[in-house]
Every structure is written in C-alpha cells, then in structure tokens.
Design a protein around this ligand. Structure first.
Ligand SMILES: [Zn+2]
Length: 278
C-alpha cells in the first residue's frame, strides 16, 4: 500500500531536525534473476545517510537489456508487502509492478528501481494501521495524515542517483504520478514520456484509487459508480437488442450473469461507501 506520502513525522519536519546528508551511491552486487517475463539482472545499491545517526540505505535495480542509449522504460516502485507477498486487493501495487515488468519484457529493455525499505519509510505496523483506518472509513490520504505522515512526495534522490550511476539520463516513466516525473526532472533525469501504469480497479481498490486520483492528482481513469451503472445499463440494452435480433439464449444468459456480477460488485462498493460516509 505504498503511496506518495512522506514517512517523516510532521513535527520533526517542522523543526527541521531531519536534515539528511547522503553519501555517494555504490553498486554492491549483481545477479541474474530469471522470471516468468524473462531473465532480468538484479543490481544492489547502497548509500550512506547521516541525520544525527548513521544508516545505510539500499535499493534494487531490476534491469533488462542494454540501457546505454535512448530512453528506456523506468518504473520507480515502492515495496508493498501486503499487496506483493499476500496478494491484497485493496491497492494497486502488485499489479503495477507486474505491468512494469511485462512492459519492459515486451520492449526487451528497461529498469525498475525498487525501494524495499517499507519498514524504514512508513513502517509495516503503520502500514497496517492505515489499512485499519481505511476499514473504519477514512480514505488512504486521511489515514496517513491521521497517523502523522505528511501528504507530500517521496524523496526520489536515491533513485535518481542510481540512474546517474548507471549513466541513464533520459527515461520514459511508467507511472500515473506527475509528482514523480517532476521530481526526476528536478534531479537531472529527463522524462521524455510518462507512460500509464494503471491497474484495473476492483471493489476493494476503487476507493484507494479514487483518493489517489482526486487528492494526489494521479492520472487515473477510475470509473465512478455512476459511470459504472451507466455502462451496465447500456450493456443490458445492447443485450436486449441482440436477443430481439435472434441472438442465442446461452450467450444472453452468460452476458446477463456477467452484468449482474458487475452490478452486484458496484452496488456492494457503493453501499460500503455510504456506510463509511455515515
Ligand atoms: Zn500496496
């Protein structure tokens, strides 16, 4: 359930006590990674960070093909344990990662920079607390803010430094987040295109996606409840027409079941939102 929100408590930011000094990025390991989409190369990077105390940040670059020319596809992806390991449907993280890997495999070149330090950034327990708050009716942005996290863009300095280290100055960014593109440009990486990376909404994720779209400005085409009902009604009218034109009954029943299922999901989600709103 990663989202473009700062992991830094508001009080600490306000007093300026979290000023960080970052060291040079270094590659520490490289290994093959066979996947169902092809064999990628997995690169491990580290950098030293001091902000009163010392720590080492690490990130992975998942690379396919020769990136030394042109503008390869790039996905900057933050770890989501519940989505990627457990298959949670309440966010789009896992599907976005798969979309990115599939797109890169299709082009036979590209890179994913994977920030796996969920626990350092927001923290797994805080992440679960945001889920609990969403269960209680808050949207994801309000849930994060209720826990004391600011709704601001993440620090993309580390991913940008990895790109510089790899000699990549131009990219096509697989993302729906305009702030991510702006942050990369500010860090000296030219974004020639922002390529949509949009998961298909489901009844569990649609509120999350709507919050991303409406509150964080993500370029998502989340279909609203009204639009869903309109499209279902249009589909039912189309089926009626087909039936009256002699379409066979088996096809009608299949279409009707599909439409009814969609309608049921939509109404369930709608009812859930009304309950939350009340
Ligand atoms: Zn997620």
């Amino acid at each position: 359930m990663s989202i473009s929100l700062s992991a830094k408590p508001m009080q600490a930011l306000a007093t300026g006590t979290l000023t960080e000094q970052t060291g040079t990025v270094r590659q520490v390991v490289s290994a093959r990674m066979p996947t169902k989409w092809g064999t990628f190369r997995l690169l491990g990077f580290e950098r030293d960070v001091s902000s009163g105390s010392h720590r080492v940040d690490s990130a992975l670059a998942i690379v396919l093909g020769d990136l030394s020319h042109g503008a390869p596809l790039l996905r900057i992806h933050s770890q989501c344990l519940i989505g990627e390991a457990f298959g949670s449907l309440r966010c789009d993280c896992n599907e976005q990662l798969e979309i990115a890997m599939r797109a890169i495999a299709t082009e036979r070149r590209g890179i994913i920079i994977y920030d796996h330090q969920e626990c350092r950034s927001v923290g797994l327990m805080a992440e679960l607390q945001t889920c609990a708050l969403q269960d209680a009716g808050l949207d994801v942005v309000d849930a994060y803010q209720a826990l004391g996290f600011m709704a601001e863009c993440r620090d993309f300095g580390f991913p940008a430094a990895i790109l510089h280290k790899l000699g990549i100055s131009h990219v096509r960014l697989l993302s729906n987040n305009p702030d991510k593109a702006r942050a990369l440009v500010e860090a000296g990486v030219e974004v020639l295109a922002q390529v949509p990376c949009e998961a298909v909404p489901n009844t569990h994720s649609i509120a999350y996606l709507r919050a991303k779209k409406e509150k964080l400005g993500h370029t998502l085409s989340v279909v609203g409840i009204g639009q869903s009902l309109q499209s279902i009604c249009a589909m039912m009218r189309s089926i009626d027409t087909e039936i009256s034109n002699g379409q066979d009954r088996e096809q009608f029943e299949f279409s009707s079941v599909a439409a009814a299922t969609d309608l049921d999901d939509t109404l369930t989600e709608s009812a859930s939102r009304r309950t939350i709103a009340s």
